[in-house]
Ligand binder design. Structure first.
Ligand code: A5A
Ligand code: ZN
Length: 488
């Protein structure tokens, strides 16, 4: 193990992040010889799989149907909607040759699937009775990102792209779907203890082809906001060019109204960024590949050591019977304290230590990774104790993450103060006149500062700025709030 560990806070976050994902054997990045593409290692893959199971459950429960579209999209489909193409053109990978031939119709590796799905929907959807239709897929997507690539956070192959696509009879049905999607993501991030703000993006920053975009943003330890999920109202942008036509209740013909929403491995990056400390990761039991590790402590003589090991296996059996994923670490060439460091780094939430003292005592020592606390627990109560502890660890991690996050959401009443706080790594809310040109000015004039968006009254109950409050940019009467910060 390398001796020096970078701090996760401040400008060394990237270095720390690269260090932890490799050291905890989650994701090998920067060594595979294609830029922007990482390798999920076995331990990381298991975490990823459990996170995917959570979102899959939430989508299935709300009537979404899983599908699988082809990875390749013909240029003719991809270029059909002009605004969409303009947004993605500079970011797509092309397949231009196959075997020994130049292709007549070039193919793009999907950067998202609105075009591919709308094309199919034009054949599948005929009437309002089929609506709403909610599809999703969990696939790899490819974007030739030109900003600096970063492991999980900005990759060129996004391997955990969950994209949902829905079709509706009216604009307002689609708008209700946007709200359902926001609610699903909210529950998803809450289950994982990832804090977020929900904001409507300014028009210039919406998804290419959308009427509007609502984004979930979290904050990395370096004070940069990271978009961890987006929900788009697509209007009839795609349905009209792909002619996804339906007969409505009154027998008139119309195109369907669509939405789409997506998340990626940025979710895993957020989990790692929030749920970790100077010793390494701290995984919530629900996503931990190993929830409980049992470490036997050798005795002075072989016979004691043998009995301890046997006892450790009995304890592990009890823990497994209680429904936990458990591992006995009986490696002989490692001291217990080395094992402790090893599993602490990997984020195993609960450790049980059994040594000569525990033999015949009817007790074991239980260590919780989040608070670094030890407790003696009676074997008779162990199952119940662990169940309670698992819940408590999840709550502790969630509350800890939110309290760090909340402290970094600030209010400022002058632009100078707002920029100062934003540069320090906060997301800052400012009184604003409602004209997006004022926000554009902030971006143009303040180096490195971005607009996060505006809070939505339909999502958060908010008072408008007090009477007499002024837009911090133009000085006109402030009507609402806007959020600014640095983006990752
Ligand atoms: N079709 C819609 C859902 C769509 O593609 N929306 S999106 O472009 O906003 O992407 C959805 C989410 O994927 C983003 O909110 C972001 O969290 C994630 N994402 C996008 N590009 C990424 C990249 N290069 N690396 C990692 N995650 C990315
Ligand atoms: Zn203004």
């Amino acid at each position: 193990m390398s001796g020096e560990r970078p701090s996760k806070f401040g400008e060394s976050f990237s270095e720390w992040f690269s260090w932890i994902i490799r050291e905890a054997e989650i994701y090998d990045y920067g060594r595979y010889p294609v830029k922007g593409m990482g390798v999920w290692m076995p331990y990381g893959f298991q975490i990823r799989r459990r996170v995917i199971e959570i979102i899959r459950r939430l989508l299935d429960e709300t009537g979404h149907e899983e599908i699988l579209l082809p990875l390749l999209i013909p240029e003719t489909l991809f270029k059909k909607e002009s605004e969409h193409v303009r947004g993605f053109e500079a970011e797509v990978f092309w397949v231009t040759r196959a075997g020994l031939n130049e292709l007549d119709v070039k193919l793009v590796l999907r950067p998202t699937s609105e075009t591919a799905l709308s094309y199919m929907e034009s054949m599948w959807i005929k009437g309002y009775r089929q609506l709403p239709k909610k599809y999703y897929q969990i696939v790899s997507m490819f974007r030739y990102e030109t900003k600096m690539t970063k492991p999980m956070i900005r990759v060129r192959e996004v391997t955990m792209f969950k994209e949902a696509h829905t079709a509706h009879e009216t604009f307002s049905d689609a708008e209700r779907q946007v709200m359902e999607a926001v609610d699903i993501y909210r529950r998803f991030f809450d289950e994982l203890g990832i804090p977020y703000l929900i904001s409507k993006r300014p028009q210039w920053d919406k998804f290419a082809g959308a009427v509007y975009t609502i984004a979930f943003d979290t904050l990395l330890p370096d004070g940069r906001a990271m978009q961890i999920g987006t929900v788009h109202h697509l209007g009839q942008t795609f349905s009209s060019v792909f002619e996804v036509r339906i007969q409505r209740r009154d027998e008139s013909l119309d195109f369907v109204w669509q939405t789409s929403y997506g998340i990626s491995e940025r979710v895993i990056a957020s989990i790692i960024a929030f749920h970790s400390d100077e010793r390494g990761l701290i995984l919530m039991p629900k996503i931990a590949p190993i929830q409980v590790v049992v470490v036997p402590i050798p005795g002075r003589d072989e016979e004691t050591t043998r009995r301890v090991r046997e006892f450790a296996r009995e304890v592990a059996k009890m823990v497994s019977d209680a429904g936990f994923r458990v591992r006995v670490d009986d490696r002989e060439d490692m001291r217990p304290v080395e094992k402790y460091f090893y599993w602490e780094l990997k984020g195993v939430p609960i450790r049980i230590e059994v040594g000569p003292r525990e033999l015949g005592s009817g007790k074991v020592v239980v260590f919780r990774r989040d608070k670094l606390e030890k407790r003696q627990v009676e074997l008779g109560n162990l199952a119940e104790f662990l169940r309670e502890l698992a819940r408590d660890i999840e709550n502790t991690l969630r509350e800890r993450a939110w309290s760090w996050f909340r402290e970094r959401i600030k209010l400022a009443t002058s632009l100078e103060e707002a920029l100062k706080l934003a540069k320090e790594g906060c997301i800052v809310e400012i009184p604003w006149c409602g004209d997006e040109r004022c926000l554009q000015r902030v971006v143009d004039e303040a180096e490195g500062i971005d607009v996060i968006g505006i809070p939505l009254p339909t999502i958060e109950s908010r008072e408008p700025p007090k009477d007499g409050s002024r837009c911090v940019v133009c000085g006109a009467q402030a009507r609402w709030w806007a959020r600014i910060g640095r983006k990752c």
